[in-house]
Ligand binder design. Structure first.
Ligand SMILES: [Zn+2]
Length: 210
């Protein structure tokens, strides 16, 4: 499934370009100035963001249950990516001989043992911000304010749990029970929660890098 993304041209025009989920670069002609634009997709366009684009696309096409699946996958895959990334860095800095294939297999095995969303969050927190995601939000005024204003049902002390209840449980209903009962309102909420969750994690990741 190819999905549309918006890419700015140098002339200022925002061009809708269709990409495949694995594409690393774009190549398009600007309908405004006629310039051919060739460039690589920003590194920040990671698997979580890509899946969010798919979730938005499914939502626009009114496939609300599928959109919920994609919103949940966006969070789950991004968590796995962060786990992999920071465990890999840990292994590189361990002082032990670093053998990429063996390390890769080791980390994958660790990931396979995690089968609960909250456990995966805890493992990522341990690697990036041990005090936990709730504490991280409290330390960041702008995220805190965003939640107070736009997500009033979220109690920050139970942030991860609420995200799980809202998004992952709906996902489980669809995946495990085959229940396609969700509507536009549910899908919109899942999508917004998923974006919020990924934004918080992106910030945690960025600050860990500093
Ligand atoms: Zn242009």
């Amino acid at each position: 499934m190819r999905i549309p993304i918006i890419v700015p041209c140098e002339c200022g025009e925002k061009v809708k370009v269709e990409i495949d989920s694995g594409d690393t670069d774009v190549n398009f002609e600007c309908p405004n100035c006629g310039e051919r634009n060739i460039g690589s997709l920003h590194q920040g366009f990671h698997i979580g963001r890509r899946l969010l684009s798919y979730a938005a696309n499914a939502f626009e096409k009114k496939d609300f249950n599928f959109s919920i699946l994609l919103s949940s996958m966006a969070m789950d895959c991004y968590l796995s990516r962060l786990y992999y990334k920071w465990r890999d860095i840990e292994e590189l800095n361990s002082g032990q001989p670093y053998e990429p294939n063996a390390v890769g297999e080791k980390i994958l095995k660790e990931l396979q043992k995690i089968n609960d969303f909250l456990e995966k969050i805890r493992k990522v927190e341990d690697l990036i911000y041990a005090k936990g995601i709730g504490d991280f939000i409290k330390q960041h005024h702008e995220i805190n304010k965003k939640i107070q204003n736009g997500f009033r049902s979220i109690n920050i002390d139970n942030f991860a749990r609420i995200i799980r209840d809202e998004v992952m449980w709906k996902r489980n209903d669809i995946v495990h029970i085959g229940r396609y009962k969700y509507n536009e309102g549910h899908a919109k909420k899942c999508y917004n929660y998923s974006i919020l969750f990924i934004e918080v994690l992106e910030k945690m990741d960025a600050e860990k890098r500093l």
